[in-house]
Design a protein around this ligand. Structure first.
Ligand code: FAD
Length: 389
């Protein structure tokens, strides 16, 4: 289909990647973002090879490589500092044909934003979409500032707290609390913290602490601990909170907590979404977290948003049966993959965070028996299930 005008709501990873794939397909794309400045939530993110391949296809391969970390190994250690497992990640790269790149979120967001913005098209800020209407001819988006605009289709890439999700699904949808809190941030690499090319994960007591190398000699670190819903801890007290939760954990974890910048330490309750019965309504499609928010235990949420963008533009470009037909094909192609990953990530979160302590203990045992081949197979299977095999 030629000459489509497309509205995208939300300029996160999903909205911006969709903007790029759809511009590449030759369409007119407008992105509307509610904030006045595009500031990503969270410090780092791992873009696994399936996501990197989407960026490669957009001509952004060299740029993501520049900001990416050199993650050669993955190491599991117990909270008593026993080495449980050490896996070389290069066989995964060999199998799937592309390195993963853990990156700073701010740098990834800038990369995507700069690639999208040019003289003609720039993301429209301060534009909060409050509703949509559609008929057989097109779709209209309404904004809080009174503005309205129409197009052939609209993509709601408005994140986990999507305002447009209920409209698409046809009834109110509740997020599900995953029963744990995540803390994350960035820190300069130094030898007290760990090896600069290793992703280290400390596990024990149904909690975890981890450091992952990103570009420019930094670790993206994160902690997780089961917790009841609704706890609020102000930035000044978060370091103390971590000290108490991870007391007596190994010295790199202590050194991390001691040296992190408390003012840049994010703390958030983790939620996900039960698989939705539909992610498309006529000319409106959900994309990214709006469609399938996941716990971050597989590191696939952002990568799936990128895959959504790729598949959506392919189906629009390769049919002449109309927008609604293309969106239905997008839905049937994406629903199974994303639902499977959301549920897999949820199961993994439950195992990591001790929902059933017996299963968590079993997992600690299993980690010691996992071979490089097991890990390579598991990671490659997820990656090769994406649009670029
Ligand atoms: P978002 O990034 O949330 O973007 C939505 C955008 O829409 C925002 O800019 C928002 O301001 C805007 N918006 C919202 N409502 C409106 C409106 N009404 N009008 C206009 N604009 C609106 N994924 C990975 O692939 N790898 C990882 O390692 C990884 N780690 C993670 C760690 C944590 C702790 C968490 C929480 C998530 C992690 N994820 C990871 C998941 C990943 O962050 C998300 O899947 C991804 O950011 C989703 O992108 P999105 O564009 O769909 O949504």
């Amino acid at each position: 289909m030629n000459h489509l005008k497309i509205i995208i709501i939300g300029a996160g990873i999903g909205g911006l990647t969709a903007g790029l794939t759809l511009k590449r397909a030759g369409y007119t794309v407008e992105i509307y973002e509610k904030t006045s400045e595009i500031r990503p939530a969270g410090a780092g993110i791992s873009i696994w090879s399936n996501g990197v391949k989407v960026l490669n296809s957009l001509g952004l391969g060299d740029e993501i490589a520049k900001i990416g970390g050199q993650m050669d190994r993955m190491e599991y250690r117990s909270h008593t500092d026993k080495l449980l497992n050490q896996i070389n990640l290069n066989p995964v790269t060999e199998t799937v044909g592309q390195r993963p790149y853990p990156v700073s979120r701010t740098e990834l967001q800038s990369l995507l934003l700069n690639a999208f913005n040019n003289n003609l098209e720039t993301v429209k800020l301060n534009a909060q979409c409050i509703g949509v209407e559609q008929n057989t001819q097109g779709v209209t988006a309404y904004f809080a500032n009174g503005y309205q605009t129409s197009a052939d289709l609209l993509i709601a890439a408005d994140g986990i707290h999507s305002q447009l999700r209920d409209y698409v699904v046809g009834h109110p949808v509740e997020l599900r609390y995953a029963d744990y809190v995540n803390w994350n941030g960035l820190i300069k690499i130094n030898p007290d913290l760990g090896d600069k090319n290793t992703w280290v994960i400390y596990v024990g007591e149904g909690k975890r602490a981890s450091m992952m190398p990103i570009g420019n000699n930094r670790f993206y670190y994160f902690f997780g601990c089961p917790m009841a819903r609704g706890t609020i801890v102000e930035p000044d007290y978060r370091q103390r909170e971590l000290k108490s939760i991870f007391a007596r954990w190994p010295s790199p974890v202590q050194s991390l907590i001691e040296n992190l910048n408390p003012q840049e330490l994010n703390r958030l309750e983790i939620h996900d979404l039960d698989p939705l019965e539909t992610i498309v309504k006529g000319r409106v499609a959900l994309l990214g977290d709006a469609a399938h928010a996941s716990t971050p235990t597989l590191g696939q949420g952002g990568c799936q948003a990128m895959e959504d963008a790729e598949i959506l533009s392919r189906f629009l470009l390769t049919t002449n049966l109309g927008v609604e037909y293309a969106l239905k094909r997008y839905e049937s192609e994406r629903k199974e993959r994303t639902s499977t990953l959301v549920l897999k990530a949820r199961k993994r979160a439950d195992m990591i965070y001790g929902k059933d302590p017996h299963l968590t203990q079993q997992w600690y045992q299993q980690l010691q028996q996992e071979t490089e081949q097991d890990v390579t197979n598991a990671l490659s299977k997820t990656i090769l299930g994406g649009p670029f095999h």
